[in-house]
Design a protein around this ligand. Structure first.
Ligand code: PMP
Length: 445
């Protein structure tokens, strides 16, 4: 298997897999919050398989739902046909999403959920007549990550994913993202004047006539380094968009389905976006599924006869796949029957206390957490916050050291990402944090 993997599988970010010990583990089984490789070694899944498996692996309720659906139909298209699980999941999502988001457009990945949102927003503005004229650009935050398709990369601001494709991408309007540990306005906690709020306002106001929508990850910019936003920032963005006639697209691909402590991050600031992008946890992490939810007002702009040509010309082959939707229904049921979010509050108290112990490590610069989403930023020098040289790949080495201790975590630059399943136990939290601490000490000395 290892030889065939090396010979034939193009893994994401392959250029980084240069060392022998970097070789991907070949995962053969999983159960609960644990993964098992082909050698029988067990690993605690500290990133819920890239932020997806919110209830862990092989939950009997989700397994059973998929099996039952398989006995009926695995897949039939949503083009001209519909299916029971696709309908029922859409109705359930409309019940749990921020009020007013009643319409679900299915696709297959977080990137396509964002891509769909961009196209809907662009077309919506065009169809609005004079009020929407010229509104063809998107406002996004520096350092953002919204996926790997061309539209989603255009929004992105992480050089590694973005720079090489420059000639292929469309232009966006960028605002500095709030980043309290490395404030782009040069402030410290004590001297903070919330310049990130006024800066966003100025940027949005200046560009308003050309803006179709603002795209934002609510509360936490995940792939940017688990950067947590100051309270009120999302509500501020909502108010600005309302005032300036800009649509608000909330990308909850990473933060959605409980990871910030509430079902959706937008809830915490009582915000209803005009469009909401969902993926990852939507199917409990079992199967590829994504949704772009929109308000009635947005959907109604697409009603009209053929002469007006208001149809949204977009559709994927596996859109609303029945097995994936059945998994999605079962996952949402579990949130209710297992009281996932209530239980999580208790776990987070324990988890937070454990994490605080890492603050004493000399090369831990910042620990940021919202719900279960955690970033641990490593620095070469804590006093000056000087990062490690990129070539050292310090966080990457820490991740490998944690793996040797039976725990899977991920690096994002110099940031260690911990995002275990919501089903993690107190004992597993202990293991996760302890292995991370030992790994940091081993690598940073
Ligand atoms: N948006 C956000 C905020 C994400 O974190 C990701 C994936 N990490 C995506 C979009 C893209 O999702 P996918 O990888 O499923 O295309």
């Amino acid at each position: 298997l290892r030889a065939l993997d090396t010979a034939h599988v193009w893994h994401p970010f392959t250029q980084m897999a240069t060392w022998h010990e970097d070789a991907p583990l070949i995962i053969e089984k999983a159960r609960g919050n644990w993964l098992v490789d082909t050698d029988g070694n067990r690993y605690l899944d500290g990133v819920s398989s890239l932020w997806t498996n919110v209830h862990g692996h092989r939950h009997p309720h989700i397994d059973a739902a998929i099996r039952a659906q398989l006995d009926n139909v695995a897949h039939s298209t949503l083009l001209g046909l519909s299916s029971r699980p696709a309908i029922e999941l859409a109705a359930m999502l409309a019940r749990v999403a921020p009020q007013g988001l009643n319409r679900v457009f299915y696709s297959d990945s977080g990137s396509t959920a964002v891509e769909v949102a961009l196209k809907i927003a662009y077309q919506y503005q065009k169809q609005r007549g004079p009020a929407g004229e010229g509104r063809s650009k998107f406002l996004c935050l520096r350092g953002a990550y919204h996926g790997d398709t061309v539209g989603a990369v255009s929004l992105g601001g992480i050089d590694l994913f973005h720079a090489v494709y420059g000639g292929l991408l469309f232009k966006t309007v960028r605002a500095e993202a709030p980043y309290c540990y490395r404030c782009p306005f040069g402030r410290q906690k004590e001297s903070c004047r919330h310049e990130c709020f006024t800066h966003l306002e100025e940027t949005a106001t200046r560009h308003a006539p050309e803006l179709a929508a603002m795209v934002i990850e609510p509360l936490v910019q995940g792939a940017a380094g688990q950067i947590t936003h100051p309270d009120g920032y999302l509500a501020h963005a909502r108010a600005l968009c309302d005032r300036l006639g800009i649509l608000l697209i909330a990308d909850e691909v990473a933060v959605g389905f409980g990871k910030t402590g509430t079902m959706f991050a937008c809830e915490q600031e009582k915000v209803t976006p005009d469009l909401l992008c969902l993926a990852k946890g939507i199917s409990g992490g079992y199967l590829p599924l994504a949704a772009t939810m929109v308000t009635d007002a947005v959907y109604e702009a697409f009603l009209g006869d053929h002469a007006q040509c208001r149809t949204f010309f977009h559709g994927h082959t596996y859109t609303g796949n029945a097995l994936a939707c059945a998994a999605g229904i079962a996952s949402l049921q579990l949130f209710r029957t297992e009281g996932t979010l209530e239980r999580l509050q208790h776990i987070i108290t324990i988890y937070d206390a454990l994490l605080r112990q890492l603050e004493t490590l000399p090369h831990v610069g910042d620990i940021r957490r919202r719900g279960i989403m955690t970033g641990i930023e490593l620095v070469e020098d804590r006093a000056t916050r000087r990062p490690y040289p990129f070539a050292l790949r310090t966080a990457h080495k820490v991740v490998l050291a944690a793996r040797r201790r039976g725990v899977i975590i991920r690096p994002l630059g110099d940031v260690l990402v911990l995002m275990p399943p919501l089903s993690i136990t107190a004992q597993e939290c202990g293991l996760l944090v302890e292995a991370t601490a030992e790994a940091i000490q081993e690598v940073t000395g």
